[in-house]
Design a protein around this ligand. Structure first.
Ligand SMILES: [Zn+2]
Length: 575
């Protein structure tokens, strides 16, 4: 009997060991410097979902690669209906491989879920986990060993650009890719309370293995931003310290080396965390340090996710309540900040673990080169700016009105879960109307666009005829911040700046000078105040006074012949 029990125990141990081996990830089976391919990653997730009913794998729309995007949910209660999940639990959302050359999260998240389902890690009571296993699938299929020129491992990895060479971490507002549309569908469906985007850093050398970007707290909104900045982030940092992991905010240096100071990174809405912030979701970007060993980086990513899950689980109700309260701050007639700047009057210091840096003669070029001396680590208080100040504000309108012809924008709004209604009959409505006064354009192509910046508008109140079927988009809804960032032309990542409205920048009709000369002469005769205005301009502008062509154009632009659509922003504000 005893022998039988002994043999039985031995058999059980062997089976368990085999089972444990079964769930080893590709990274764990390798030499510590190897990352799973896209195919290996999906096969692993399918196996987990097949073996554990607490995990669900689902296809959620296409990506530019032609492959579908997967969403993987872990809920110990085996409930996967998010309407029901919202009622009782928080949702932590993890995105991996947006830059496929930075695969730490891809490998770490497989370990993370595996440890939760096998009981190695205690399953959360109040939090459901959702992950995109590989977001940039096109990039992940484009494997190589060289494009991360400054990164120490893994041996083979994907490429930063997606299947159509877009950087997906600049695409959140313009949504050029199918990846982004599918990401947004997932994000809107799960209504994540906390979001993590896993990356690997570039830039200077220092002692930290783990750096992080906390989404800009001022922009997130006072209620939720204060909680994240004053309670959640310090708690995460402390919890990581308990695990002997030192962290720093992402090192966005003011000058060549971090000891001269750095500031909090500005994650405008083109970035994933800048986008999730618009829906009152707390967001972090994990940036492991590129010169640390791959196995250490995967471990750092894992531990950051664990600390965040623990905090979310303990504070889930508070998080959910504060998200609701945060939204209440954005009411019509209140002011909304479109542009934030680092506030140098609130500069502080950060106790930084760096390496001494110096310059020496380059062996490759004729210049001097920067180097970091790892034999000379330091701990120094360096200048640090975390606080932002408002640099441009607008008043939140009651609604925006957009002609139904802008079907591309209507589709995008629907993708973003925005509620719209259509005007029932042709009608005249008093609205605030913008004209584009000025803007600059980047000189080279940027993410498939020629992005505008420094845009300014002039505004006036007009009575405007709208047609049956035009769309009214009330701002009294969850996506109010998204609407403001998209529709206010002066916003950094506005639809205007991303070229959605470029056709209004080009005049469609013109005149022949020899014909319009007669009309212009007649106009001035009939309209003495126009003539007086023209004379005044000639007095004040000597170049204009000698430029006959410019004078004729001025008269044209001050006449009824000049088309109304030129520079007229076609989205109107209902105040
Ligand atoms: Zn990255």
């Amino acid at each position: 009997m005893k022998l039988f029990t002994f043999l039985f125990s031995l058999l059980t141990i062997t089976i368990t060991a085999q089972n444990n081996k079964k769930y080893d990830t590709f990274f764990e089976k390798g030499n510590g410097n190897q990352s799973a391919s896209y195919q290996e990653t999906i096969a692993y997730w399918k196996m987990l979902a097949n073996d554990f009913p607490t995990i669900q794998i689902k296809e959620m729309g296409l990506t530019d690669s032609g492959e579908p995007l997967h969403m993987i949910t872990f809920n110990p209660d085996k409930e996967f209906d998010f309407d029901k999940i919202q009622e009782t639990k928080a949702v932590l959302f993890v995105n991996n491989g947006i830059h496929a050359g930075e695969p730490d999260g891809i490998d770490a998240t497989m370990q993370f879920y595996r440890d939760l389902v096998t009981g190695k890690m205690k399953a959360p009571k109040n939090t459901v986990l959702v992950t995109i296993p590989v977001y940039n699938i096109g990039g992940a299929l484009n494997r190589n060993s060289t494009t991360r020129a400054n990164q120490d491992g893994p041996e083979i990895y994907g490429f930063r650009g997606n299947a159509r060479n877009y950087d997906l971490n600049r695409d959140m507002m313009k949504s050029d890719t199918r990846n982004t549309k599918s990401f947004i569908e997932i994000f809107q469906k799960i209504n994540a309370d906390v979001f993590i985007d896993n990356h690997v850093s570039n830039g200077s050398d220092y002692q930290y293995k783990l750096t992080y970007i906390m989404t800009e707290h001022n922009k997130l909104g006072k209620v939720l931003g204060d909680f994240m900045n004053n309670e959640m982030m310090p708690a995460l940092v402390k919890d990581l310290q308990k695990k002997k992991i030192e962290t720093t905010p992402y090192v966005d240096s003011f000058k060549d080396t971090p000891d001269k100071g750095f500031g909090q990174f500005v994650d405008s809405p083109r970035y994933t965390t800048g986008y999730t912030s618009l829906f009152n979701t707390i967001g972090f970007v994990v940036e492991t340090h590129m010169l640390k060993k791959y196995a250490e980086r995967v471990k750092m990513t894992y531990e950051y996710m664990k600390s965040t899950l623990d905090f979310t689980d303990s504070n889930y109700q508070k998080l959910k309540d504060l998200r609701v309260k945060n939204l209440e701050q954005y009411q019509p007639k209140k002011s909304y900040t479109l542009k934030w700047e680092l506030d140098s009057t609130k500069a502080t210091t950060f106790s930084f673990l760096g390496y001494e840096a110096g310059y020496k003669k380059s062996e490759a070029t004729t210049g001097n080169r920067l180097y970091y001396d790892r034999t000379k680590p330091y701990k120094k208080d360096v200048p640090y700016i975390k606080e932002f100040k408002s640099a441009k504000e607008v008043v939140i309108p009651t609604a925006y009105i957009i002609p139904r012809g802008y079907w591309n924008i209507i589709e995008l709004l629907k993708n973003n879960n925005i509620s719209l209604k259509q005007i029932k009959n042709d009608t005249i409505i008093e609205v605030e109307s913008y004209r584009i006064a000025d803007f600059k354009t980047v000189p080279s192509a940027y993410e498939g666009h020629y992005l505008h910046r420094n845009t300014t508008v002039t505004s006036k109140i007009i009575k405007m005829a709208f047609a049956k079927g035009d769309y009214i988009i009330p701002t009294n809804q969850k996506g109010v911040k998204y609407l403001l960032e998209a529709f206010e032309p002066e916003g950094v990542d506005s639809f205007f700046n991303w070229n959605f409205f470029d056709p209004i920048l080009q005049q469609k009709e013109h005149y022949s000078e020899y014909i319009f000369e007669d009309t212009a002469g007649q106009l001035l005769k009939e309209n003495p105040s126009l003539k007086a205005e023209l004379e005044a301009k000639k007095q004040n502008d000597s170049a204009f006074a000698t430029n006959a062509e410019a004078q004729l154009d001025w008269i044209y632009k001050h006449s009824v012949y000049y088309e109304k659509a030129h520079m007229q922003y076609p989205v109107y504000r209902l105040l």
